[in-house]
Design a protein around this ligand. Structure first.
Ligand code: GLC
Length: 538
């Protein structure tokens, strides 16, 4: 696990081959395995491929055992596993079992009044003729939906099309095991557990007078037992099997346990506090520039806490839910190359398991949206309705443009041909970033000075040098955006400047040799805008 470098694919927008319906597919993924391998990647995490009505891009599963026909079929999937194996690439799949789709047979039966399946979900009686609690859905609006026929509300922490499963019901847990073991027997080599710190819901449902309800259902008391249960009965600490949990809104004290050595839960966790530094009062749907001091303090604090507790963090700045980090933390207009390389390089040499997200390796940027009607994502649309109650359209457009998940979901930019080379379909209904004629794989792959080739060089270094895979991380309290990796008597210094201005270099680097520099030159007095230096002590 320590030597992994993982590439995330969002199948809908990655690559389409053959069927011309304008949506990415498994054949498209297969056609790009060599490309991914050429970057030095060791494993691929693919967002859900299972059958889904696609209200939330596949994170609403209708059938856990079937491939979504828009992506292909089980034969395609088997071929994907085989081709990936041939290249020594591991396939990690997304496991979405906090909730199902409302089109899942279990939920349909529950709606028909079947008691067994009602108990698969959280159906509750109305309280004072209204919903059981005041909790908010993450997609906007209440987290409860009323079913007149049953005279009950059901819980959905995400959209109303994503009812939450009742993990306390043993039958549900056994169903989940069956799903895990089915995919394991298909040859997948890892699981990414979607929102897994929300599995355990409280026994008493009460109003949240301080927030949106998350403090009552995040990191529940039984959660660690559930993780241990899956581990024991499925992947069982297999050394060749990789697990990562998505743990949002958590504390470091809680999350450290989920990936602690010998806790028999997960291999590593995605946490998000380092990205929530452009939220106002913990509210994502606000507009402000990232606070670089908070970013640095959070990063340092979590790195040390996980190191001291023998636990493992996933390292990432991008995924299908996040705006592109080059536009969020970087200066994608004036220092595009330097921003792409310094943000990636600085964060992936830390201690943990590094992940990158499709398109990041060529410096893909946020979209530019002209109107609220340009957005497609369910979370963005749900929250825009609420924002419009309090703000004018211009402000809402500005907030959505900076935070929408659509920024990460425009099609992968392969070349400068039709649809950015993503698909041959005449018309596609997906977002295409206008800059694809300049920013694309074809333009970069043979150019030694490209973002792509920087990624390749750094990934190769990251997976092959034990100072990064096994070494300690150390910080100096007087220096920000700077850390050391140490093993035996070797020491590597990683230092960056995430601003568009020069930054004084207050440390003496005469005793170090340069391993990586994203500029041609080095100036011993200051770091240039978005400069990254990786130096090894003589
Ligand atoms: C996770 C996924 C996100 C999805 C949500 C509900 O956060 O990454 O895309 O909408 O869970 O499944």
């Amino acid at each position: 696990m320590k030597n992994e470098f993982i590439y995330q694919i969002f199948p809908q927008t990655f690559c389409e081959k053959d069927n011309k319906n304008g949506i990415g597919n498994i054949k498209g993924i297969i056609s790009k395995l060599n490309y991914i391998k050429s970057l030095g990647i060791t494993s691929i995490w693919i967002s859900p491929l299972t059958k889904s009505p696609f209200k939330d891009s596949g994170y609403d599963v209708e059938d856990y055992y079937e491939i979504n026909p828009v992506f292909g079929d089980m034969k395609d999937f088997d071929l994907l596993i085989k081709k990936a194996n041939d290249l020594n690439l591991k396939i990690i799949i997304d496991i979405v079992v906090n909730h199902t789709s409302n089109k899942h047979i279990w939920f349909k039966k529950a709606l028909e009044g079947d008691k067994k399946y009602i108990n698969y979900y959280h159906f509750k009686d109305p309280v004072n003729d209204g919903p059981p609690t005041n909790w908010k859905s993450k997609m906007g609006g209440s987290s409860w939906e009323f079913v007149p026929k049953l005279n009950k509300y059901y819980l959905h922490l995400f959209s109303k099309e994503q009812p939450d499963l009742n993990w306390e019901n043993e039958e549900v847990r056994l169903e989940i095991l069956k799903i895990l073991n089915f995919w394991k027997s298909k040859g997948v080599k890892g699981f990414r557990f979607d929102v897994c710190n929300l599995y355990d819901k409280p026994h008493i449902f009460e109003d949240d007078l301080e927030g949106d309800g998350r403090r009552f259902y995040t990191d529940g008391a039984r959660l660690e037992n559930y993780l241990k249960f899956m581990n024991k009965n499925s992947f069982n600490n297999e050394t060749n099997f990789f697990t990562v949990g998505e743990i949002s809104s958590t504390t470091k004290e809680k999350s450290v346990n989920y990936a602690k050595v010998n806790n028999n839960e997960l291999d590593c966790v995605f946490t998000f506090l380092h990205l929530k530094v452009d939220y106002i009062n913990n509210n994502k749907w606000t507009y402000t520039k990232p606070n670089l001091t908070s970013y640095w303090n959070t990063l340092k604090e979590w790195q040390l806490y996980f190191q001291n507790n023998d636990s493992t963090l996933a390292l990432f700045m991008n995924n299908h839910d996040q705006p592109r980090s080059i536009s969020r933390f970087g200066d994608d207009k004036n220092y595009w190359y330097q921003s792409a390389t310094s943000i990636f390089g600085f964060t992936s040499l830390l201690k943990g398991v590094p992940f990158i997200y499709q398109g990041e390796e060529i410096g893909m940027t946020n979209m530019s949206f002209n109107s609220i009607s340009d957005f497609k994502d369910i979370e963005t649309l749900g929250n825009s309705k609420e924002l419009l109650l309090d703000h004018n359209e211009e402000t809402v457009l500005k907030i959505l443009s900076s935070k929408s998940r659509d920024n990460a979901r425009s099609v992968m930019q392969w070349d400068n041909s039709l649809n950015a080379g993503f698909s041959n379909a005449e018309k596609i209904d997906l977002l295409i970033n206008k800059n694809y004629k300049i920013i694309n794989v074809n333009n970069q792959i043979n150019d030694e000075s490209s973002v792509f080739n920087f990624y390749k060089k750094l990934i190769t270094l990251r997976v092959s040098d034990e100072i990064f895979t096994k070494g300690k991380v150390e910080f100096d309290d007087n220096l920000d955006y700077c850390y050391k990796r140490i093993i035996d008597n070797r020491e590597i210094l990683v230092i960056t400047n995430w601003t568009s201005k020069n930054k004084p270099l207050t440390l003496n680097i005469n005793n170090y040799k340069i391993i990586i520099n994203n500029y041609q030159n080095i100036n011993f007095k200051h770091l240039l805008p978005y400069q990254l230096l990786v130096l090894e002590r003589f």
